[in-house]
Ligand binder design. Structure first.
Ligand code: SER
Length: 320
């Protein structure tokens, strides 16, 4: 592993960023990881090097890159599916401009490696929903999905045209307890744990049988670092890799939580996010990731429920 890496994380205070910052600090050392975001969060590990950065401000970005001699960038700043529907123009601007800023730094050879997340949102209502293949019909119907699909095309273009070493994963819904989810359609799978512990009641914004692909954050971090550590030649897909762990519906996760909290109850009141969820795959075929760089997930639904309930209950005890 190259210990001379200097890494900048953009959008470091979000759901993925806070955990990825900690993971990269462990591997590369606290002084080689610079967290940045539009504003600081106390969720970042203590002692983290932090820079305030608007991901759309290319001048500010370049100043930070030069100041710290950064050679690798993880661009996590984005508006997610539900939030983007409320502010489409800004979502498009933020999601695309930030990507171009970073890809162009790769083109100019100012940075050597880029990570940029895509999502299951690149798929749409005309995509086969079961075992969705890596290469298939992609007609996303959300602003977020459109921006991720366009972004994937640009990543592949910059790789082919300018030899930019950009790597990407199509994350499913990510479940974590350390920080809040960021305005996505899959956020219910985190809210449900908080409400199960606090009030023993949950009103779900998706219908009970809406199955979506999901993953525990530890697996997502593992996949991300594995992809970034993989040899250049092994990363054969330069748009974005399908990535999968488990799939479940609100009813299935509710039943699993109920095994631990018998008087937990749920009601369903679907809102605009139901339509988004219905346009996405139920299960994903991620054989390319498994073959190209040995991806394998560790957490099953039962493991996730055990750990989420344990960690969130501990967190709550600390508060009172
Ligand atoms: N979790 C994301 C969302 O719901 C999908 O990438 O928007």
């Amino acid at each position: 592993m190259n210990r001379k890496e200097k890494i900048l994380i953009m959008g470091a205070c979000g759901q993925i960023g806070t955990e990825l910052t900690a993971a990269l600090q462990l591997t590369y050392g606290v002084n080689n990881v610079i967290a940045s975001d539009i504003k600081h969060s106390d969720k970042l590990p203590e002692g983290t090097l932090f820079e305030t950065l608007d991901a759309m401000d290319v001048k500010q970005l370049l100043t930070i890159i030069k100041k710290h001699s950064v050679n690798q960038v993880y661009l996590l700043a984005a508006l997610l599916s539900a939030t983007a529907e409320k502010n489409p123009e800004f979502a498009w601007k933020l999601n695309m401009e930030s990507l171009f800023n970073v890809l162009n730094l790769g083109k100019e050879k100012i940075i050597q490696k880029i990570y940029w997340p895509s999502s299951i949102a690149v798929f749409g209502p005309t995509t086969p929903r079961v075992n969705t293949p890596q290469f298939t019909i992609m007609e996303p119907s959300t602003v977020y999905g459109i921006s991720k699909q366009a972004g994937e095309r640009w990543c592949e273009y910059y790789f082919n045209k300018f030899n930019v070493d950009v790597r990407s994963l199509r994350y499913p819904g990510l479940i974590s307890w350390k920080s809040e989810p960021g305005g996505g359609t899959t956020d219910y799978a985190i809210h449900i744990f908080h409400e199960a512990i606090k009030t023993k009641r949950y009103n779900c914004f998706l219908e009970e049988n809406t199955t979506l692909p999901m993953m525990y954050m530890d697996d997502a971090i593992k996949a991300t670092t594995q992809l970034m550590d993989a040899p250049f030649e092994s990363v054969r897909i330069r748009s974005s890799y399908n990535l999968s762990a488990i799939s479940f519906s609100p009813k299935e996760i509710f039943e699993e939580i109920k095994k631990h909290i018998p008087d937990f109850s749920i009601s369903y009141l679907p809102d605009f996010r139901q339509k988004i969820a219905e346009s996405w795959p139920a299960t994903i075929d991620d054989n390319c990731a498994r073959n190209d760089w040995d991806w394998n997930h560790s957490y099953k639904l039962t493991d996730i429920v055990d750990e989420m309930l344990k960690m969130l209950s501990n967190d709550l005890k600390k508060l009172f």
